[in-house]
Structures are given as structure tokens and as C-alpha cells.
Design a protein around this ligand. Structure first.
Ligand code: C2E
Ligand code: CA
Ligand code: CA
Ligand code: CA
Length: 275
């Protein structure tokens, strides 16, 4: 709506003020939420295209606020990152995801998203070691999803950290591939096990030749670098067909399933199929 008789500058200012207050509120609520058990993990299946079996699940954080309802992670995670609260939340996510995945059939992996703040000061290594030992989870079944922007600061330290995690048997996936500044450079410098092709390329796959060419090139590159591939955000059968014909190894998206609460996972079906 258009405001009459007020300058745009002051409107802009009021908008910023409101946003600031909103952030402060959310941050305060998040501390309460964390202490009060309002967070939960949901899990989205990762599908193998060779056998059509489920390879594992990605843990995705959910916040159910008593008054606001569900607050999307794209809204609260940046605030948790700026306030530093993400370090504690991230530690909880790791422990919770591993405890849950420890109840799954032994060939299923769990993918956990990691924040830049957890990488700082090597905190992540301590958190991973601790979560693995309290849950007894096999490190080879854990995939950590990181983005290249997380590697921009103090690359030397991050490189050492990733090598130490891999020495434990943990696998490292490069999330949102293709959306950063210099993805190719990061592929050369860091030891990734897996590349996750960003949803934006998948979305356009059926309508746009350029996206098709990019996806094809990424899949070829990954094969040459001995990295596994997964495409995220697969919503229709046409996208799926194009990924399949180009040799993508895994897919994830609403076409198969949204992220589900742990109690709703099709684990029973999987164990019957594999046993
Ligand atoms: P992400 O890691 O790229 O996760 C994929 C997002 O795409 C998820 O959104 C997922 O629900 C959504 N998605 C999956 N399939 C489809 C699809 O077919 N179509 C569309 N349109 N979307 C799909 P979500 O759960 O809202 O998470 C958003 C972002 O929040 C994640 O992006 C990740 O960056 C962050 N996040 C979520 N959980 C955690 C966590 O435990 N720790 C950290 N550090 N970040 C998290
Ligand atoms: Ca992810
Ligand atoms: Ca992603
Ligand atoms: Ca993303």
C-alpha cells in the first residue's frame, strides 16, 4: 500500500526498525525454544537412481513456535548464526540425528547440515567426535553438508578440519553446488566426497538448455574427481528423467517425499526390502 504524506526515507527507517525488533524477538524466543524442546528434526529421503532404493536421509531442522506456528529455517537459522546460538543448536542437531539414525538399518546414511560458526575454532570436530561416541554411530554413515561460503574464512584451518573429519570416516558433501563465487576452485582445494547440485539448476532442467548443460558438466566433473553426485529439489518426473539419463547417482525432492518426522519414516518398508 502507498503511504501518503510521509517520506520514503522515514518509511524505510521504520521498516528497518521493525525488522530489528522482530529479529530481537525471534532471537529471544529461540533461546526459550531451545531450552523448551520446541525444535525437532525432520528427515528427507535421498534416493539412489541405480537401485531405486533409499540411500539415507537428510536431517532438516524444524521449529514449532507455540504462537507463531512453524518458523522456516531460512528465517531462524540466519538469526541463530548471527547470535552464535547455532553452535549449541548444531551440536544438538548432530547428537539427535545420530541417535535417530542409529535405529535405522545399517546401510542407511544420515546427512547433517553444518553452519560456518561450527567450523570456527574447530568446534565441529569436537562435536562430531562427541556425538559419535555417545551414540555409537558408525562414522562412515555420516555425511556432513557444508557450503563453499563456509570455507572462505581461514581456509587453511578449515582444510585441516575437513581432513581430520574424513580420517574418522565421516563423508563431506558440498551443498548448494553452483551457487557460490568460485565453486571450481573449492573443488580443487578441498576433499569432498559428494557434490550436491543446487535446486536452481534442477528446477530449470526441463525448460532451459543452459541448466541442462551445467548439470551435465557438473556430473562429468564429479565423475572425473571421484565424487558422488546428488541433485536436490526434484519435483517432477521430467526433471528426474533428465537427471537419470545424465547419470546422476542420487536425487532428493518433493517428487519422492518432503522431510518427515522420525516416526513417519518408511523404515519398516526399507528393512523388509533389504533383509
Ligand atoms: P538445504 O540444506 O539446501 O536444504 C534443502 C531445502 O530444500 C530444505 O528446506 C528442503 O525441505 C527443501 N526441499 C527439499 N526438496 C525440495 C523440493 O523438491 N522442492 C523445494 N522447493 N524444496 C525442497 P528447509 O528444510 O526449509 O531448509 C532450508 C535451509 O535451512 C537448508 O537448505 C539449510 O541450509 C538450512 N538448514 C536446515 N536444517 C538445518 C540444520 O540442522 N543446520 C543448519 N546449519 N542448517 C539447516
Ligand atoms: Ca543441505
Ligand atoms: Ca542444498
Ligand atoms: Ca539451500
Amino acid at each position: 500500500a502507498k503511504a501518503h504524506g510521509r517520506g520514503t526515507a522515514s518509511l524505510y527507517h521504520e521498516g528497518m526498525q521493525r525488522e530489528l525488533l522482530e529479529r530481537r524477538d525471534l532471537e529471544a524466543d529461540m533461546r526459550v525454544a531451545f531450552a523448551g524442546g520446541q525444535f525437532a528434526l525432520h528427515y528427507q529421503p535421498l534416493h539412489r537412481l541405480d537401485t531405486d532404493a533409499i540411500a539415507g536421509f537428510e536431517a532438516l531442522l524444524r521449529w514449532h513456535h507455540p504462537e507463531r506456528g512453524n518458523v522456516p529455517p531460512d528465517v531462524f537459522i540466519p538469526i541463530a548464526e548471527q547470535s552464535g546460538l547455532i553452535v549449541q543448536i548444531g551440536e544438538w542437531v548432530l547428537r539427535e540425528a545420530l541417535a535417530e539414525a542409529a535405529t535405522w538399518p545399517k546401510d542407511l546414511t544420515v546427512a547433517v547440515n553444518v553452519s560456518a560458526a561450527q567450523l570456527r575454532g574447530g568446534e565441529l570436530l569436537r562435536q562430531v567426535v562427541s556425538a559419535l561416541s555417545t551414540t555409537g554411530f558408525d562414522p562412515r554413515r555420516l555425511e556432513l553438508e557444508i557450503t563453499e561460503t563456509m570455507l572462505m574464512e581461514d581456509s587453511e584451518a578449515q582444510l585441516r578440519l575437513l581432513h581430520r573429519l574424513r580420517a574418522l570416516g565421516v563423508r563431506i558433501a558440498l551443498d548448494d553446488f553452483g551457487t557460490g563465487y568460485s565453486s571450481l576452485n573449492y573443488l580443487r582445494a578441498f576433499p569432498f566426497d559428494k557434490i550436491k547440485i543446487d535446486r536452481c539448476f534442477v528446477t530449470d532442467l526441463a525448460r532451459n538448455d543452459e541448466s541442462g548443460a551445467i548439470v551435465e558438466a557438473v556430473l562429468e566433473l564429479a565423475a572425473k574427481l571421484n565424487m558422488q553426485t546428488i541433485a536436490e529439489g526434484v519435483e517432477d518426473t521430467e526433471q528426474l528423467a533428465r537427471l537419470r539419463e545424465r547419470g546422476c547417482e542420487q536425487v532428493q525432492g518433493y517428487l519422492f517425499s518432503r522431510a518427515l518426522p522420525a516416526s513417519d519414516l518408511p523404515i519398516e518398508k526399507i528393512s523388509r526390502k533389504t533383509s
